[in-house]
Design a protein. Structure first.
Length: 211
């Protein structure tokens, strides 16, 4: 029976990988994902690696394989429904007349969720925003002064986001926390100011919290 699983693998460490995700991947005919995602699994069969350049092509291939009766897993870092591949696959499935009921989403722990936990922030007492893949991030200006911390996934880098906020009149001494490489051995959580973020170096794997 045709089945396409979209599997959230968590923030990157095996410690945050769910048993459900492991079991689904173990039983799949084909698993498609970035090599960073694939390498999280110890027990995995046939794999197809992808990167940003061929993402659309490989996701279309995933739907085609599922239509042909394969049990296919597509790996999504974090949670598939938050800056993940769920939206893209649903569009592809619709275009290819693939039954949406044959798609099953396995949730995962997102880096944003882990950032909130590490900083003891309740989800219902924060602004949750993602700017992955977006050029316009002006929406953040509408919420950062509502009295709640804003937990955001930057479009490019935390440095670019800091520059945008400063260029739009946000106080350079505004308190922020940068959560870098969450769940990895190199994990760093630094509380500083917007001004300091602008002059610091961080990897692309960051979550920014603005207070």
């Amino acid at each position: 029976m045709s089945k396409l699983f979209i599997v959230g693998i968590g923030p990157g460490s095996k410690d945050y990988l769910t048993e459900k995700a492991k079991n689904i991947v173990k039983s799949a005919d084909v698993t498609i994902g970035s090599w960073r995602a694939i390498n999280v699994f110890d027990d995995i069969g046939e794999v197809i690696g992808l990167d940003v350049k061929d993402l659309q092509e490989k996701l279309e291939n995933a739907v085609d394989l599922a239509k042909n009766g394969k049990k296919v897993c597509v790996l999504s870092t974090g949670d598939p429904g938050f800056s993940g591949v769920l939206k893209t696959i649903k569009k592809i499935a619709e275009n290819k007349n693939f039954d949406q009921n044959s798609i099953e989403v396995i949730p995962g722990i997102s880096s944003l969720q882990l950032a909130a936990a590490k900083n003891r922030i309740s989800w219902d007492e924060a602004n949750i925003m993602t700017f992955h893949g977006r050029k316009n991030i002006s929406d953040i200006l509408n919420v950062i002064d509502n009295g709640l911390p804003t937990i955001a996934l930057p479009s490019k880098s935390v440095k670019d986001m800091a520059k945008f906020l400063l260029d739009n009149g946000v106080d350079e001494n505004r308190k922020v926390t940068i959560c870098e490489k969450l769940s990895y051995p190199e994990e760093k959580i630094i509380t500083t100011s917007l001004k300091e973020v602008l002059t610091s170096d961080f990897s692309y794997m960051c979550v920014m919290i603005i207070y």
